[in-house]
Ligand binder design. Structure first.
Ligand code: BGC
Length: 508
C-alpha cells in the first residue's frame, strides 16, 4: 500500500493539562493572525471601490466604467499596477520573515511579534492618510514587514507552549484569527463603501491599526516560551514557566527533553546551512511544499478578489461585496471544525477530505462559468438561480479550505521542525507562502483574462497533485510531542532512509 500510515506513538506522555494560562497565552499570540487576515481581506474590497480607483488608478476606473456588455468581461480588471497594490505587501513580508528568523532565535518569539505590530501600525497609518500612490505602496510594504514578523513567530510560539495533545487546536487559533481578520475586513468594506463622501477606503485601510494595537499590547504581556528561554540560556526561568503553563510540577521529563533539544540546537552553528543536511530533507521538503501547495489551492483568488470575481461574472457592486462577506463568514465558521477535529481525526484526514471537497467545487464553478460566459466573456443576463449556485459552490469550496489547507498550512510546518533549525525553517515556510501569495495576487486578473473559466480547472489540477503528495509523503503528527517529532520521519517508509542514513554524518 503506497500511503504513509504511520504509527505516531513516540512513547512519551508528558503530564500537563490545558491550563487557563496556556489558553490565554495562545489566544493572545494568535492575535498575530488578525493583522494578516485583515490585510488579506481588505485589499480586494478596496480595489473594487470606485472612489479609490478614481483617485489612484484612474486608468482602471475608466476601463471598468466604460466597458460595454459586448466586451470581454474576463479582462475588465486586468491591470498590473492595481494588482501591485495588493501584492507588494507579500514581497515585503517575504524579506521580513527572513530577518525575523534572527530576532526570533536570538531574542525570543515575543520581540518579533511586538516588532511586527509596530511596523504594521505604521503601515496602517500611512495607508489611511494616503494622498499619492507611493504612500499606498510604502504603507503596504510596512504592513508586509509586520506580517512577515508575525507569521514567522506566532505559529512556532503557539506550537511550543501548547500541551502536545491540544497543539493542533490551539495552533489553529492562528488561522481562526486570520479568518476573523478577513471577515471583519469584508464587513467594514461593505459598510465603508456606502460612505457618501467617497472616503470609505481610508477607513478600510486605516482600521488595520486596531489589530496592530491588539498584537502589540498582547505580546507585551506574553511570557516567553520555555523553549526560547532555554535557547537563550535562561533555564531556571524556563522551568518556572513550564510549571505554570502545564499546571503541574511534574515537568522534569519534558524539561530535560527541551534542554537536550536545545543542546543539540547549540551545536548547530549555521541553521540555514544545516537545513540542507540530508537528514532534514523531509522537513525542508515540507517547509517548501506545504505553503506552495496552500497557495495553489486558489483560495486567495477568493480572498483577494471575490468582489472583483463576482463583479466579473455579472454581480452588481453591492452584491459582490455582499457575496464576499458570505464567503468570508463561511471561511471563519468552518475553521471551528478544524479546531474541533484536528487533534482527533488527525492532519492527514483533514488534508485529504478538504482536497476532495475543493476539487469538486472548482470543477462545478468552472462548468457554471463556462456555460454562462463561454470564452468570449459575454454574460447575457444572469438568472438568480445561477448566482446562487456559484456563490454556494464557492462557499463549500472555501469551507473545504478552511478545515484543511488553511490551518494545516501553518500548523504542520510549525510542529515538524526540530529546535535547531526551527526558526530558519519557519522563515522558509513563510517566505514560500508569501512569494506564492504574491504571484497569485499579482497575476490573478491576467490569468482570469487569459485562462477564463480554465483558471478554476488549473487550480483543481493542483489540488489533485497536492492531495496525492500528502497521501504519500506526510506522516501523521497528531499527538506527538514536538521534541519527539523525529520518530515520525524515522518510521516513514520513504523519509525513514533519509533520516537514518544521515545519523552518522557530521553536522554542518
Ligand atoms: C493562508 C492565506 C489565506 C487564508 C484564508 C491562510 O492560511 O495562508 O493565504 O488567505 O488562509 O483563510
Amino acid at each position: 500500500m503506497p500511503g504513509a500510515i504511520i504509527n505516531n506513538g513516540s512513547g512519551k506522555n508528558y503530564p500537563g493539562k490545558l491550563t487557563f494560562r496556556v489558553f490565554i497565552t495562545c489566544i493572545t499570540a494568535a492575535f498575530g493572525g488578525l493583522i494578516f487576515g485583515y490585510d488579506l481581506g481588505i485589499s480586494g474590497g478596496v480595489t473594487s471601490m470606485d472612489p479609490f480607483l478614481k483617485k489612484f488608478f484612474p486608468n482602471v476606473y475608466e476601463k471598468e466604467a466604460n466597458i460595454k456588455p459586448s466586451d470581454n468581461q474576463y479582462c475588465k480588471f486586468d491591470s498590473q499596477t492595481l494588482t501591485l497594490f495588493t501584492s507588494s505587501l507579500y514581497l515585503a513580508a517575504l524579506v521580513a520573515s527572513l530577518a525575523a528568523s534572527i530576532i526570533t532565535r536570538l531574542f525570543g518569539r515575543r520581540l518579533t511579534m511586538i516588532t511586527g505590530g509596530v511596523l504594521f501600525l505604521a503601515g496602517a497609518a500611512l495607508n489611511g492618510f494616503a494622498q499619492e500612490v507611493w504612500m499606498l505602496i510604502v504603507g503596504r510594504m510596512l504592513l508586509g514587514f509586520g506580517i512577515g514578523c508575525a507569521n514567522q513567530s506566532v505559529p512556532i510560539y503557539v506550537s511550543e507552549v501548547a500541551p502536545y495533545k491540544y497543539r493542533g487546536a490551539l495552533n489553529n487559533m492562528f488561522q481562526l484569527a486570520i479568518t476573523i481578520g478577513i471577515f471583519v475586513a469584508n464587513i467594514l468594506n461593505y459598510f465603508f463603501d456606502k460612505m457618501k463622501n467617497g472616503e470609505g477606503w481610508r477607513y478600510s485601510l486605516g482600521f488595520a491599526s486596531v489589530p496592530a494595537i491588539m498584537i502589540i499590547i498582547g505580546a507585551i504581556f506574553l511570557p516567553d516560551s520555555p523553549n526560547s528561554l532555554i535557547e537563550r540560556g535562561q533555564n531556571d526561568k524556563a522551568k518556572e514557566e513550564l510549571i505554570k503553563i502545564r499546571g503541574t510540577t511534574d515537568v522534569d521529563e519534558e524539561f530535560q527533553d527541551l534542554v537536550l533539544a536545545s543542546d543539540i540546537s547549540k551545536s548547530v552553528k549555521h541553521p540555514w546551512m544545516s537545513l540542507l543536511n540530508r537528514k532534514y530533507r523531509p522537513q525542508l521538503t515540507m517547509a517548501i511544499a506545504i505553503p506552495f501547495f496552500q497557495q495553489l489551492t486558489g483560495m486567495n483568488v477568493i480572498t483577494f478578489y471575490a468582489p472583483v470575481l463576482f463583479k466579473t461574472i455579472g454581480f452588481s457592486g453591492t452584491a459582490s461585496l455582499m457575496s464576499a462577506l458570505i464567503t468570508g463568514g463561511c471561511n471563519m465558521l468552518a475553521t471551528f471544525v478544524s479546531i474541533a477535529t484536528v487533534d482527533k481525526f488527525g492532519r492527514r484526514t483533514l488534508f485529504l477530505e478538504g482536497g476532495i471537497q475543493m476539487f469538486i467545487c472548482q470543477i462545478v464553478v468552472a462548468i457554471a462559468i463556462a456555460l454562462k460566459f463561454g470564452v468570449d466573456g459575454d454574460p447575457g443576463i444572469l438568472p438568480k438561480w445561477y448566482a446562487i449556485v456559484v456563490v454556494l459552490c464557492i462557499c463549500v469550496y472555501v469551507m473545504g479550505f478552511a478545515w484543511s489547507w488553511g490551518p494545516l498550512g501553518w500548523l504542520v510546518p510549525s510542529e515538524i521542525f526540530p529546535l535547531e533549525v526551527r526558526s530558519a525553517a519557519q522563515s522558509i515556510n513563510v517566505s514560500v507562502n508569501m512569494i506564492c501569495t504574491f504571484v497569485i495576487a499579482q497575476i490573478f486578473t491576467t490569468m482570469l483574462c487569459h485562462m477564463k473559466f480554465g483558471l478554476f480547472i488549473f487550480f483543481a489540477f493542483f489540488v489533485i497533485v497536492m492531495s496525492t503528495f500528502i497521501y504519500k509523503f506526510l506522516p501523521e503528527t497528531k499527538g506527538v510531542p514536538i521534541e519527539e517529532m523525529s520518530t515520525v520521519w524515522e518510521k516513514h517508509p520513504y523519509w525513514g532512509k533519509f533520516v537514518k542514513d544521515d545519523d552518522a554524518k557530521e553536522e554542518v
